[in-house]
Write a protein that binds this ligand. Structure first.
Ligand code: LRH
Length: 495
């Protein structure tokens, strides 16, 4: 039995999973979970890296206490685009900014004075969005130039966390691809873009392939935790890339979805699709574990509901999941729809209010109860996913018959059924914790325990429960979808 530690750190919590492989089947055990939320301080949003580091070490301690001490390796996957800056002596210079920091909008504005969205898209394959590392760097250049002047090395979040354990500085390919600083052709840092914005090229630790070995745990860590050295693997560091690796996709007619805080929808392609149509429809080309491309759209996911829960908690209203499911079932369908990707939902002070205002402005019935808000969010998300799948079909000129979905949202069975109904497609849900499974696959490949991604996906099929949801009541949902498109017609016209 071979065991690895898969750290999947998300924008609401971090988890340590123990993945075991006996040569035929893989098992996943959650060993430890800790909260991880952006910290709001004055005008900024930051990540508390030391809190994450401590959470990871605590997880390792729990593993060792439980007797899981013969572990081959560890790997870290996280959300995209964010990074930490190190000094010459290798110390973290500041808490990394979170992609929801409003200063990034200014960074994007500054960039677009020098380069067009088209040129950026053709060079990098990446959608122009304020969260991108490129725009974050430009915002720092403007507001906090001392930070950049003192910075010796930039590490993206999964590699920053890996570095704290191994002392090795590198940036894995899939996470680097989210920055909008990687040249689509060379798959390396784009000198053209870096020099255009006076960003020193030697700031960036080298890009290394997924499933390569960075090094091993530092003697100080081994001593502190009382463990033998463990290899540190550059797993597919972007959580979406890891999730995709775990989905048992068997043909070119499937679309993948990773739904947690975000809802990422796309297909795996050998060649990037960096056309003007793809750009106008808001698609992006990020990297896969095998070094190919994920043509996908970054859409909203459970963030909308997570933020409503924050408000309800503040008002001392229950946020019990079971109760939410009941409310969802008891509430009538098609009350009101929102465009989940509308900018106003990116980081509002009060998500419940923001939803109500949207409905008022679009002349719809305003959702009042918790059940109505939950229905409005989940139905709108599903409607938006259908729209994205149809756009993908147009871009690829291919019918996409099936959805493979991973991410926390698959635990919500009503939501899975809703997506199957709205999209009129089979939805294959799982494995649960897809990012952790993909993270472990990347480690087993690097250790030569599993030969290829194809083999790994077969192992996933044989190891985990992966139920299918089939569409029901098609006509009713089709009609509602037309209604949804009328409400968001102002946006469709823009695209
Ligand atoms: C989802 C995700 C997504 C984006 C965002 C910043 O967790 O990785 O793909 O990159 O976070």
């Amino acid at each position: 039995m071979k065991k690895v530690w898969a750290f999947d750190i998300g924008a609401s919590n971090g988890r340590l999973m123990l993945a075991s492989f006996d040569g035929e089947q893989m098992h996943l055990d959650e060993l430890y979970r800790f909260s991880n939320k952006p910290v709001h301080l004055t005008d900024h949003y930051y990540w508390d890296v030391l809190h994450i580091f401590n959470g990871m070490k605590k997880g390792m301690e729990v593993s060792l206490q439980k007797g899981h001490n013969k572990v081959e390796s560890m790997g870290v996957d996280t959300w995209g685009v964010d990074f930490g800056l190190l000094s010459k002596t290798g110390e973290l210079l500041a808490n990394p900014y979170c992609y929801r920091d409003p200063q990034n909008n200014d960074g994007m504005e500054k960039a677009l004075k020098h380069i067009s969205k088209e040129e950026l898209f053709v060079t990098t394959g990446i959608e122009t969005a304020p969260i991108n590392s490129l725009f974050q760097l430009l915002a720092i250049q403007e507001r906090n130039p001392e930070l950049l002047a003192n910075a010796d090395t930039l590490l993206l979040t999964p590699n920053l966390l890996g570095y704290l354990f191994s002392g090795v500085k590198n940036n894995e390919y899939t996470i680097s691809s989210t920055t909008q600083l990687i040249d689509l052709k060379t798959k390396n840092w784009s000198n053209e873009i870096l020099s255009m914005f006076n960003i020193p090229a030697d700031l960036f630790a080298p890009v290394v392939p997924s499933s390569s070995i960075a090094g091993e745990t530092l003697p100080e860590i081994n001593k502190e935790l009382g463990m033998s050295p463990v290899k540190v693997v550059n797993v597919a560091g972007h959580d979406t890339a890891s999730a995709l690796a775990a989905l048992p996709i068997g043909d070119g007619f499937s679309v993948f979805m990773s739904c947690g805080t975000w809802g990422l929808i796309g297909v795996e392609v050998d060649q990037p699709v960096a056309t003007v149509q793809a750009m106008h429809a808001g698609f992006t080309n990020e990297g896969t574990l095998e070094g190919n491309y994920r043509l996908l759209k970054n859409s909203m996911g459970m963030w909308l509901l997570q933020e409503c829960r924050t408000i309800w908690e503040r008002e001392q209203i229950s946020t019990d999941y079971e109760e939410e499911n009941q409310l969802f079932q008891q509430t009538e369908a098609f009350g009101a729809f929102i465009d989940p990707d509308d900018n106003r939902f990116f980081n509002p002070d009060n998500m419940v209010e923001a939803i109500k205002v949207y409905c008022r402005e679009t002349n719809q019935q305003i959702p009042q109860t918790r059940g109505e808000i939950i229905r409005c969010i989940l139905e709108s998300l599903a409607m938006n996913y259908r729209l994205v799948i149809e756009q993908l079909e147009q871009l690829l000129d291919r019918k996409l018959k099936r959805i493979h979905m991973g991410g926390g949202a698959i635990q919500n069975h009503h939501f899975c059924q809703l997506i199957a109904n709205v999209t009129g497609r089979e939805l294959v849900a799982g494995p649960a914790e897809a990012s952790s499974v993909g993270n472990a696959i990347s480690q087993f490949i690097s250790l030569d325990i599993i030969d290829s991604l194809r083999e790994a996906r077969q192992i996933v099929k044989n190891s985990f429960s992966i139920p299918s949801y089939y569409p029901e009541e098609n006509d009713r949902w089709d009609e509602a979808y037309q209604q949804y498109k009328t409400i968001i017609s102002y946006k469709l016209e823009e695209e």
